[in-house]
Design a protein around this ligand. Structure first.
Ligand SMILES: [Zn+2]
Length: 386
């Protein structure tokens, strides 16, 4: 068996830090319970990252379903900045306090993956970004991780089951294993072309035995118009000036009339590498940097007790609105119960992005599809810089 928790145990609050169990025991014995509001914010994002993509809400919905609480939340896929509450839970403390560890775990990891995917997609622009990193994580959480990668902006995911969960076709080319077993790149590519469904694009991996440009030309001459792309997964020890190698491959293909053959790159790719290689690359396979992305360090803090604002040191108390200008994407945080001017300096209107989501057993809107969430992320990305 795997060392993973099942859904029922998680929902029961068993995946909790022990100090919450002790807290509940003390509160119960002393007969103390209070109406609290708690918010979830990130104070500091990973180094060099100015914004994050908030995800994990749909899974969180399954955990809180049935609880007597009210929740305001940002929509899954919202691009957020530090100090903006992404979630606010209101209810008796003992109703949800035990779930703090679980709630944070659900949103921190997922948002980290979605954020990295969004950064890679932002760097790649119109070029494709595929999630290839499932092999670097525990298979039991691969569907969650690749879902987050997809919502964050990846054009496809490589794991068959994960793609099925998303309602997408899995994305992939051919492994070195195929070429090694055939003993020749062209023979392996021809076999792929012969056996695999015609609907699948022919992408040949050209770095296994010989120089990339020689192999690229060989497979292009063998498959001609049927060859959609070539992929370079060149080991870092052989890369030298990788951009120059790719430029050379492009040159040799074009010179022989294979302008239609696209160039894919994988292996050690992140958003910075993407910016370097964009000139000659049409699509990227991104692995570890997305699937094992640094988490977004959300924390839960109590900000109101029995209707009175209260918070620990270093935290602003009271319930808040998070507002974003529809026009210029400027943000504003304001007290929940104060009248404020919703007109932005740019002439646009501020709109609430932390909105009611769950009210004592009822979800106030239906979960969007992963495709809708991804579209929402991509639309926002146009207004944010890397
Ligand atoms: Zn504005």
């Amino acid at each position: 068996m795997f060392f993973v928790a099942n859904f029922e145990d998680i929902k029961k609050g068993k995946i909790t830090d022990v100090y919450f169990v002790k807290t509940m025991e003390i509160l119960k014995k002393k007969g103390i319970d209070k109406w609290v509001k708690a918010e979830f914010i990130v104070k500091r994002l990973p180094k060099g990252i100015p914004w994050a993509v908030f995800t994990g809400l749909e899974e969180l919905g399954n955990i809180i379903e049935g609880l007597n609480i009210k929740v305001r939340a940002m929509k899954e896929g919202t691009i957020i900045k530090p100090y903006q509450p992404v979630l606010e839970i209101e209810g008796m403390y003992t109703e949800f306090g035990i779930l703090e560890t679980t709630i944070l775990g659900l949103i921190c990891q997922s948002s980290g993956v979605a954020t990295k995917a969004a950064r890679c997609k932002k760097a790649a622009g119109k070029r494709g970004v595929m999630s290839f990193g499932a092999r670097r994580i525990h298979p039991a959480i691969a569907p969650m991780v690749e879902r987050s990668a997809f919502i964050g902006g990846c054009d496809g995911v490589s794991v068959v089951y994960d793609a099925e969960v998303l309602g997408e076709e899995p994305a992939g080319t051919m492994p070195h294993a195929l070429i090694l077993l055939f003993g020749d790149t062209v023979e392996a590519t021809k076999a792929f072309d012969e056996i695999i469904d015609k609907k699948v694009r022919r992408v040949s991996l050209i770095d296994t035995f010989n120089d990339e440009k020689i192999e690229a030309v060989r497979v292009a001459e063998a498959l001609k118009d049927r060859l959609y792309a070539i992929r370079l997964d060149t080991p870092s020890t052989r890369r030298g000036d990788f951009l120059k190698i790719i430029e050379e491959v492009r040159w040799e293909l074009d010179l022989r009339g294979f302008n239609h053959v696209k160039i894919f790159v994988s292996g050690g790719v992140d958003e910075y590498k993407i910016l370097e290689l964009n000139k000659f690359v049409d699509a990227y396979g991104v692995g570890t940097t997305i699937t094992n992305a640094r988490v977004i360090d959300f924390a839960m803090d109590i900000i109101e007790i029995d209707g009175k604002p209260v918070a620990k040191r270093g935290k602003m108390s009271g319930s808040k609105r998070v507002l974003r200008c529809e026009n210029c994407f400027a943000d504003m945080i304001a007290p929940l119960n104060k009248e404020i001017d919703l007109k932005c300096d740019c002439g646009g209107q501020f709109k609430d992005i932390l909105i009611p989501w769950y009210d004592n057993g009822t979800f106030l809107y239906k979960n969007p599809t992963p495709q809708e969430m991804r579209k929402y992320v991509l639309e926002q990305l146009e207004h944010f810089e890397l």
